[in-house]
Design a protein around this ligand. Sequence first.
Ligand code: FES
Length: 575
Amino acid sequence: MTANSAFRSRQWFGATGRSGMAHRSWMRSQGFTPEVFDGRPVIGIATTWSELAPCNVHLHRVAESVKRGVWQEGGFPLEFPAMALGETLLRPTAMLYRNLLAMEAEELMRANPLDGVVLLSGCDKTTPGLLMAAASVDLPAVMVTGGPMLNGKYRGTDVGSGTAVWRFEEDLVAGRMTQEECAFAEGCMARSNGHCMTMGTASTMASMAEALGMQLPYSATWPAVDARRYETAQRAGQVAVGLVRQDLRPSAIMTRAAFENAIRVNAAIGGSTNAVIHLLAIAGRLGVPLPLDDFDVLARDVPTLLNLQPSGEYLMEDFCYAGGLPAVMRELAEHGLLNDAITVTGSGIGANVADAPCWNREVIRAVAEPFQPAGTGTAVLRGNLAPGGAVIKQSASSPHLLKHRGRALVFDSPADYYAVSNDPGLDVDEDTVLVVRYCGPRGYPGMPEVSNVALPRKLLLRGVRDMVRICDGRMSGTAYGTVVLHVAPEAAAGGPLALVRTGDWITLDVPARMLTLEVGDEELAARRAQWQPPAPHASRGWTRLYTEHVLQADEGADLDFLVGASGHEVSRESH
Ligand code: FES
């Protein structure tokens, strides 16, 4: 028996009589010796592994390294599966299932004899989903993301997963690339285990987990195949046991100060707009007040330091070799832009990054010579077209379009748009504002990454590479373009976006943070009186539960009844 036998798992494995016998006996069918029930911390390893989620397919091996660390530190590791969400395959969108993963993982952590957890994630939604779960259960937890792929290599140049797909598609449509060249490029882009290696959503959320203090320093950037990823995983197993012994919980780590750090780090790395929704949802689980406007206000004095695709030139492998996220955070800390919040290391984040070296100032710029100046990160827009707010990633936008007035060309779905986007007779020019709606949480459903619709062929052939697009959906973190996203309330919820008609004038004024539909209140009221909500997407199952309870983008698109925490107490026996 270890000195401390007061851990939660003792309620199961320390019990006498029939229940205790049942709990231990069936576990021994796996060949564990009886000493594992001596009161040591039991560490669950939540693994979002699946061959249907290729970015996470190596997490079984990562889990083996975590187990080594747990054993090494005197704990008892038990791996369990959590829903794997593969961004590239799931229809209609992996985002429809983020909350389901969060709910599943929360219940598994609570219902099982676990004292702490290690969270193994990778592809976009798996990181926020597991953090939401850990926040609601509030057992000691440490995250290990699976790491980015090696840089893509196509004909002697680096190509970034995701980002290159958009460019290849445009080149194909414009006749600059053949179908055969595209097929060849597919194999060059994703050439190792790992998640997308641009600063897309997976890399962004891995960085957010590190900035929040929930994963060990450098965890976000080691490539998936780098030995140091496995070393870090082993270390995380040790750390998990220590967190249980110290009783250091996510609620003590993911504080308001930590979220402020995450928002500033997101600005400094040129991170995905999806971080906005995911951080709002995680904060909602913890009861941390985090208004949407904080993403604009807190980031305004933070320059973009990282020269990474899609906004810049390099990829995650380069970021790793240049010094990783600690080098970015050190820059922020030295300029008063980082709060000193506690992390899973048991130390403050300032101490963790104080000596972090930078080996390549071309990739990780200094605050004094940034990649992009302060105030060019994610902006939060308001106005009569987005009373609940909308966001735009300025660094991925064309500067000349950040102040723009144009006539709306409106589509009720991406499919409606793509049905005519190649039509040479389409009434569109570079000043047109493309509105694509009913793509929000309820509308699609699941708020997919469809907002950056490809430009009409007619404009691509004329050499136009960007135009203003407005949508209530999301955009992939690997994408670029002047796209207003996350418009709230969404069209399907009766937001003003549902009332726009082709030919209406719309003004986008990012410096003033305004998005205006130039239609009078009286006319809008008349249109609203005629508006009919769309028919429900489903009469049963998860989609029905989701669409009936999902919150809007400005609240993190969590389910209304999942906001907050239920803790980890389960008082009733199962036998
Ligand atoms: Fe999984 Fe990009 S598709 S991270």
